[in-house]
Write a protein that binds this ligand. Structure first.
Ligand code: FES
Ligand SMILES: [Fe+2]
Length: 424
């Protein structure tokens, strides 16, 4: 996935997508067409455009001024007479393109010669995400940092729920209290690591990744989601004390991982009373529907049990992230140049804005070191802190292979298809 369509809204807009050592220029050629060019001047290889911006009606190389039209045809070679004519045949000066496809408001590229059609490749992802109308979502925030691990290690850390108890449950306990089933014990999220473990295991001693999630694999892609039972089995807000305070606190935690939005918090704050005895996930589901309705967004086609199920599709090869009605946090992992020990970690918050709401412009935030940014929220911060340890451990000469369980079916599936693509 190279970018969102809303990142190239106007004719002449370009967006540079970097992957490994390659750079692709996504260009809005006309109102209804987007092209993707390989970003190397046909004269002496200069990157033609970097970053993002508007090129007006030509892509012009900064070095000697060769210029192309937005359809990739050559427009100007200064002092053309000083070249041997065979250097400048019109056809050979067409800027090389790469295959491009759009779906769900995203621009995808494929650098192979003859890729399968995008929708065939995406397969069940298209159907799975259809109710959430991701084409109508817009970027709310977009952050990138460098992770201390290979891109596959980074992706895998977000493609299973087995790590929840050991890595996150301390800070997620409040949030999990809103979603977890089989336990009525609610504790406020502690500041710092508590000495005692919060009991999030069920009667059989299973951790939430085992009893709280469903897992499926589809060809190259995979999916995990909260079990439908969480809707009715979640603990009521009164278990956390004052229900209104609890609701707002839980929504703030959800907001950090884009499972709730400020609109939900504002709505709850304005309520004279919050029901104490309704299962909390049912309450949050009703809030989301009502906020949507007030903004002209209809979620009636989404069943209650899917509204906030954090349905988490891993879109092969390098994106994963949970979606709920109106909100999606999508993670993308890219090789960092040719360094196999680090990767670029993109965090995209996507939101469904109301009919009359203005979509504020989004600035791409880049943090060369993830430690330099303190806005990841507790959850992602904990994920990030594991990554360097994994990457370092993988170099230990005694470490031979991953051992993967049922909850890590997506990780196994991903590795399997990566191996296939590498060897075929
Ligand atoms: S390198 Fe692009 S015009 Fe010379
Ligand atoms: Fe995590």
């Amino acid at each position: 996935m190279a970018c969102r369509l809303e990142q190239v809204p106007e004719v002449g807009d370009y967006y540079e997508y970097k992957i490994g050592r390659q750079s692709i220029l996504v260009v809005r050629e006309s109102e209804d067409s987007v092209k993707a060019f390989r970003n190397a001047c046909l004269h002496r290889a200069t990157r033609i455009c970097v970053g993002a911006g508007n090129a007006d009606d030509e892509l012009r190389c900064p070095f000697h001024g060769w210029a192309w039209n937005l359809d990739g045809s050559i427009r100007e070679v200064p002092d053309a007479d000083d070249f041997a004519p065979e250097c400048l045949s019109r056809q050979s000066l067409q800027l090389p393109e790469t295959h491009v496809g759009t779906w769900g408001g995203f621009v995808f590229i494929n650098m192979s010669d003859n890729p399968e059609p995008l929708l065939d490749f995406l397969g069940p992802i298209v159907e799975g995400l259809a109710p959430f109308e991701v084409d109508k979502m817009r970027l709310l925030r977009f952050r990138t940092t460098v992770m201390d691990c290979n891109w596959k290690v980074g992706l895998a850390a977000f493609n299973e729920a087995y790590h929840l108890e050991a890595t996150h449950i301390w800070d997620l306990s409040g949030y999990a209290g809103g979603t977890r089933i089989n336990t009525r014990r609610i504790q406020r999220p502690p500041s710092g690591r508590p000495k005692e473990r919060i009991n999030v295991r069920d009667a059989q001693g299973r951790t939430p990744g085992s009893y709280q999630f469903l897992y499926e694999t589809y060809q190259t892609h995979n999916m995990m989601r909260n079990v439908p039972g969480m809707l009715t089995d979640s603990a009521p807000l009164s278990d956390m004390g004052d229900p209104k305070k609890a609701a707002i606190e839980l929504l703030r935690l959800q907001q950090m991982i884009s499972l709730a939005h400020q609109d939900d918090i504002d709505y709850v704050e304005a309520l004279p009373e919050v029901p104490a005895d309704v299962p909390s996930v049912q309450f949050f589901t009703d809030v989301r529907r009502k906020v949507g309705a007030a903004q002209g967004i209809d979620y009636s086609h989404i069943p209650d049990e899917d509204m906030l199920a954090a349905i988490d599709h891993c879109i092969y090869p390098n994106m994963v992230g949970p979606i709920s009605a109106g909100n999606w946090i999508l993670f993308r992992f890219r090789p960092n140049g040719d360094d196999p020990d680090t990767c670029l970690y993109d965090v995209m918050f996507l939101h469904r804005f109301g009919k009359d709401e203005e979509v504020p412009p989004v600035e791409h935030e880049f943090y060369p070191k993830w430690q330099d940014h303190d806005g990841w929220g507790p959850t992602i911060g904990q994920d990030l802190s594991n990554m360097g340890l994994v990457q370092a451990g993988m170099h230990e000469t005694t470490y031979k292979a991953l051992r993967l369980n049922r909850q890590e079916a997506g990780v196994r599936n991903h590795e399997k298809f990566i191996d296939r693509y590498m060897t075929h």
